[in-house]
Write a protein that binds this ligand. Structure first.
Ligand SMILES: [Zn+2]
Ligand SMILES: [Zn+2]
Length: 236
């Protein structure tokens, strides 16, 4: 069914795709950045329908990076050959049982979707497809698209291997679920409030113009700092 995915252009070569019919708890930002030599795909939705054909990707090689191994960010990760993420969540990406991807929570959610992606579809047909990492990313690693470079920031707290990508020159920050303009989830299995406090403290110091969070609207730098400082006040 067309229209399952909805893509917006934020800036030249910068796109955010959502699955509007997915329950807001699991409706995550799917970010595409077109580069001169290669493209970047950051996060992958819930995996209800094939994602890649719906994305504004061209014919260039694609670097696929997952912010972390929660179900709402890695559903379509398996559709990409070159899959990067943080090593501490490798078992989640690989689909090993007993690891916190929250796939079972999504399947058992009362209304995971507002309407089915295809006629006759049922959540019982859905599985989170394993997508083992083909390479790992760590703090300070660089992703080079030719005309844009991103630096990997390791931002644990929401999950142990949460990463953000920062384009210092372009002023663009992809923050995943490390920070977003919505309720911050820090009490999930695998989350750590002490780690989150350190991450929020660090996030206050990062320079950028626009941040795209894993959920919620885009954030200006003042807005992101306000969210981080609110968290530090509440939990610090
Ligand atoms: Zn998450
Ligand atoms: Zn999420």
């Amino acid at each position: 069914m067309t229209g399952w995915f909805q893509t917006r252009v934020l800036a030249p070569g910068v796109f955010v795709t959502l699955e509007p019919a997915v329950h807001p708890m699991f409706r995550a930002s799917i970010v595409t950045i077109l580069g001169r030599d290669r493209d970047l795909q950051f996060d992958f939705g819930c995996g209800l329908l094939a994602l890649r054909p719906a994305l504004p990707l061209g014919a260039k090689p694609v670097v696929a990076v997952a912010s972390h191994a929660h179900v709402d960010h890695i559903g379509g990760f398996h559709e990409f050959a070159d899959r990067l993420g943080h090593a501490s969540e490798a078992t989640g990406f690989a689909g090993q049982p007993g690891v916190e991807t929250f796939a079972d929570e999504f399947r058992d959610w009362p209304d995971p979707v507002f309407h089915p992606p295809e006629p006759g579809w049922s959540i019982a047909d859905w599985t989170l497809r394993p997508a083992a990492l083909t390479g790992t990313l760590a703090e300070g690693d660089r992703i080079d698209l030719g005309d844009r470079q991103f630096t990997v920031l390791h931002l644990p707290g929401h999950s142990p291997g949460g990463i953000g990508l920062l384009d210092e020159v372009g002023g663009l920050f992809l923050s995943g679920d490390a920070i977003y303009d919505d309720e911050i989830l820090d009490d999930l299995p695998g989350a750590s409030i002490p780690d989150y406090l350190r991450t929020m403290d660090r996030l206050r110091t990062i320079d950028f113009r626009l941040a795209i969070g894993g959920h919620g609207p885009e954030m200006s730098r003042p807005r992101l700092i306000a969210i981080a400082e609110d968290y530090l006040r509440r939990r610090g």
